[in-house]
Design a protein. Sequence first.
Length: 226
Amino acid sequence: MFKKIMPAIIFGMVYAALILLGWGFKDLTGFFSHPARTIMFIVTISVTILTLLFKDKLNVELMKRGEKEDPKEKITGILLPTLISFLIMFIAPYSDGHDFLVMGGGDILRYFGLIIFIAGYIFMVWGPLHLGKQYSLLVTIQEEHELITDGPYKYMRHPRYSGIIFWVFGVALIFLSIPGLILAVLMAILMLVRIPKEEKMLHEEFGEEWEDYCRGVTKKVIPFVY
């Protein structure tokens, strides 16, 4: 079980290190002088700790390969999103800490960013946990796959993608980083491009059941909006 949660633990530690490295270890007082940055850092660490505390609730098959999957998904679904997430966790704090390509808006944008950052983490965790053994980083159909329509899936069809998009835009806004915002847009494009592929696969697998679900849950990633 511990091996299965190691990626989450490593990601949390790497994210925390990249945040401080990007800002600059010589000015940690400056970093923690703003509540939005402080809370963002604490949330990042806390998610890693919670992963450890609730490891027994995580299904050991979370990362298993599916019966149907596209080999290209490893690039667009894992490698590129991971690279962008690492870059934004370094570049956004660097931008803020070194006053490099910082956008206006001040605390209003920072706190709005914090709100969507936390919301993003919630959906990133809630979606996969609710899927249980059917969760995969790849667009795939698992053995004995069932269509999940409750939990976060009552409000949107792709809560994990929603969480990732909120999360990256939250990071960019917390640090008022224009380069971070550009990376967030790239991440959003990656997630949105995956949706038609995933929905096509689900439609082929579940047919009328999927059509009925889509009629009831019309929004893909943002409740009441899109």
